[in-house]
Design a protein around this ligand. Sequence first.
Ligand code: TYM
Length: 327
Amino acid sequence: MNRVFSGVQPTGDIHIGNYLGAIRNFVKLQDEADCFFCVVDLHAVTVPQDPKILRQKTLEVATLYFAVGIDPQKSTVFVQSAVPAHAELAWMLQCITYFGELGRMTQFKDKSGGKENVSVGLFTYPTLMAADILLYQTDVVPVGQDQKQHLELSRDLAQRFNQRYGETFRVPEPFIGEIGAKVMALDDPAKKMSKSAGNPNNRIDLLDDARTVQKKIARAVTDSGSEVRYAPEDKPGIANLMSIYSSLSGETMVQIEERYQGKGYGNFKGDLTELLNAELGGIQSRYQELQESGKVLQFLEEGAARALAVAERTLNVVKERMGFKYF
Ligand code: TYM
């Protein structure tokens, strides 16, 4: 059975980009693979965080994992900081990662650009991500398009370690869906939808109520035309909304174009709002139930115990290979 690992940072609000690009695929994969899904709180502190809010956001992401349909009986769901092996392996991998490699990471360049005090953690972040993945002997990593470069580094580090110290890690493959892997911002279709964007109209959050969704879709940037046609170059706003529509309805772009022929943007946006609210409504009612049940912490504790056992197994081999094993 394939091993799957993925993670989400508990920073900002989880949006439909995170959902369509990654989290929704987690749910599908849990029936065919041995899955580990992590809330990566150690990654979050690469930029300053208020500890109270970080804790609250960590539990929010965990609750959302369960609310979208990740089953704690089938998948191992846990918080990264509860498994010390992540930080330990990250250090060992940092010592085989080259400065130039990390300097080439586009996410680091974007996040550090123009800032004065950039933490060393933000720079070495992709190595911690490699540690997350390699600790679990992962075969497949479901992520959005923006994580592809980080995944390539994880593969390079696995191969480099295996070459230097002997076969230790499985070399992971990314799993990037065809539709939804790069959901663009509603207020600017040239940028990706992002948790950290200042303007909340950039995105639809999984916990947005129906009225907010309606307003955000109504305000979403389109163009001066009226034709619902999939043309990412000429009509990036409409193309992005069509991708979201297609991800939710399962319809192809051609089917969507036919359905809205001669009908204009208002009609299309109205139906897209309905599709979104139907999907989010279900997630939100399960979220509410989970919050009331008080079971999330228990699921996370059980998940951490399972994750710890698997992670320790790999870490012990790594220690042996590197000359750190005495007893
Ligand atoms: P994060 O928290 O930024 O995003 C979580 C997941 O959502 C995907 N995603 C998107 N997909 C489509 N359209 C978008 N606009 C969009 N924005 C985000 C991301 O690709 C990701 O899959 N470094 C990771 C977290 C991480 C991780 C890992 C992932 C840490 N360790 C190990 C996989 C394996 C991150 O910051 O994701």
